[in-house]
Design a protein around this ligand. Sequence first.
Ligand SMILES: [Zn+2]
Ligand SMILES: [Zn+2]
Length: 327
Amino acid sequence: MQNWRNEMKVTLFGTRGSTPISDARSIRYGGNTTCLRVESECLPSGWALAVDTGSGFVPLSRALLVEKIMKVGVIYTHWHHDHTQGLFLAPHTFIPMTDVRIWGPKEHGVGPLEVFRDLMKPPLFPVSFVKVQHHIKTTPLYHVGTQVMVVHPKAGFHLLDIHRYRQRVAEHKQLKLGDGHYPVEECLVILMYKTEHPEYTVSYRFEEKPTGRTFVFLTDHENTASLPRDLLEHVRGADLLIQDGQYANEVYMTQTAGFGHGTPEYCAEVMKESGAVRLGITHHDPSATDADVDSRVREAQQRAMELGVSDAEHCIFGCADYLAIEV
Ligand SMILES: [Zn+2]
Ligand SMILES: [Zn+2]
């Protein structure tokens, strides 16, 4: 692409798991639940892209209004409250001239439309989803792993069949996006992987083709007994991996196995085995103080060093609300 200026950027607006918190001992990492913004020059002009709308989506929506960005696409990992609750009070939901597009997994008849129709109505909420639905378009993702999302600055957002996508790329042919054909080298390609979690949950891998930068968001994912090959392929070579390391190993072993969240040691193992370059620990426990999160980060660094990552102190960090990261 001509005049390529900046590489993909990720800004974290919510890094807490389970429930928002406000506590003097947790100021540094923050208390908003999961939401992040992905900035890329592959996005169509005037559009922002977010992942999840935890309570961090409220400040993100306000920040976008300041930038006069009225169009926002949101891809959801899953529908637990800590990943959805911000949509109900975000300005973009209520300003009629905004354009909000939502993608997320649909299973057992429940996808984005059903979730927001059921959660956003009296007596749970004063405004019904049907009253704002004219400017919020929902698209379900079926059978995660069979589709890929492709974003192009001129063609916009498109879901393609993964096999057709791979075939076109292997044959060096352009991708059909809507009415036009475009080279994959101009696209942001978003691949999906089903995580280990009580609900159907998706991890997204963002490949910014013009710059070759890759970001993987792997939240609400529990330790697996071994490291599955398809998981490692999904994370392979990421420049930035942000992963759920909510529980200290001891807590996980004695109390929280089966809750759907991981340990920092496991995050370090995924990082090392997949060849990811940097690792951010996220989905902090609501009871964790800044000192506790610092401990989680040290646990990941320690494990990475045992595995031979010599600069673990520099490439493993704790995710904090409002932290912006150049991928
Ligand atoms: Zn969560
Ligand atoms: Zn969850």
